[in-house]
Design a protein around this ligand. Structure first.
Ligand SMILES: [Zn+2]
Ligand SMILES: [Zn+2]
Length: 261
């Protein structure tokens, strides 16, 4: 399994692209989230929209779904196939009705074409339950588990744990998605995978980051060294970065950084 960060920037960062992750495992090429910068980042990496087999959606902020309209139009009109879009029933419903429908409901494929389109006209939706291991690919056997996260009160959002059976071993990773500081999730990721890819805002929002919707660097610095050393940080702004390695973290992830598990 090869993981490549298609971006590591925060929602409003102008550098480092949106925090989306590409997973390549056998015949599976899955983007975990697809912000507006995902299509150009894929090209920078050497692939394109046409290579995607799956897109997993963790939540509906634009830095995670802003590239979906482009994927929809390009796969329908140019490449003529449907990417599998994986998420919960409720997130898939809101993805269409609250986000994509405005731009995709009508499309002129013939003169006087006014037929309303649906999500299924563009994508192959794969609805999965949260909090269960689900097989998403057979060779190699690849499973994922959606962990509900506390990102914005009232908003459905998930972290993603994935496991691939390769070379007689089960290899796992946990991608936190977007979440406030959540020690249980971090501890679970370290116990289960050995390390965690974790979103991180550089500065506290309000005292002790009370108004933050991401874990802050300061909050993560409060963790004991044996936990910090297992955290790779992403989803950061354009501000100068602290020296995360010197502070005991695994480090800040870089745009297009890859891991082979
Ligand atoms: Zn985000
Ligand atoms: Zn978000």
């Amino acid at each position: 399994m090869k993981l490549t960060f298609l971006g590591v920037g925060s929602a409003f960062a102008k550098n480092n692209a949106n925090s989306n992750l590409l997973v390549e495992s056998g015949d599976l090429t899955m983007a975990i989230d697809c912000g507006r910068s995902a299509p150009p980042a894929l090209e920078e990496y050497g692939l394109s929209i046409k290579h995607l087999t799956h897109i997993l959606i963790t939540h509906l902020h634009a830095d995670h779904i802003g590239g979906m309209e482009e994927v929809a139009f390009m796969t329908k009109l140019v490449y003529q196939f449907r990417v599998k879009v994986v998420s919960t029933v409720s997130l898939l419903d809101r993805l269409w009705n609250c986000s994509l429908r405005g731009g995709l409901e009508f499309i002129e494929e013939s003169p006087n074409d006014t037929t309303p389109r649906t999500l299924e006209d563009y994508f192959e939706p794969i609805a999965i339950p949260a909090q269960q291991w689900i097989v998403v690919n057979e060779t190699p056997l690849t499973k994922l588990y959606l962990h509900p996260t506390n990102h914005v009160r009232g908003m459905e959002s998930y972290g993603v744990e994935m496991e691939v059976a390769e070379g007689g071993k089960n290899r796992r990773f946990l991608f936190s998605g977007d979440t406030k500081f959540d020690l249980d999730l971090i501890q679970h990721g370290i116990d289960s995978c050995g390390y965690v890819f974790h979103d991180c805002q550089l500065f506290d929002s309000g005292e002790n980051n009370k108004m933050g919707v991401h874990a802050s660097y300061g909050q993560l610095m409060e963790l004991p060294p044996e936990i910090r050393k297992s955290l790779w940080l992403y989803h950061y702004s354009d501000d100068p970065l602290p020296n995360a390695k010197a502070d005991g973290f695994a480090g800040f992830l870089q745009h297009l950084q890859s891991f082979t598990l």
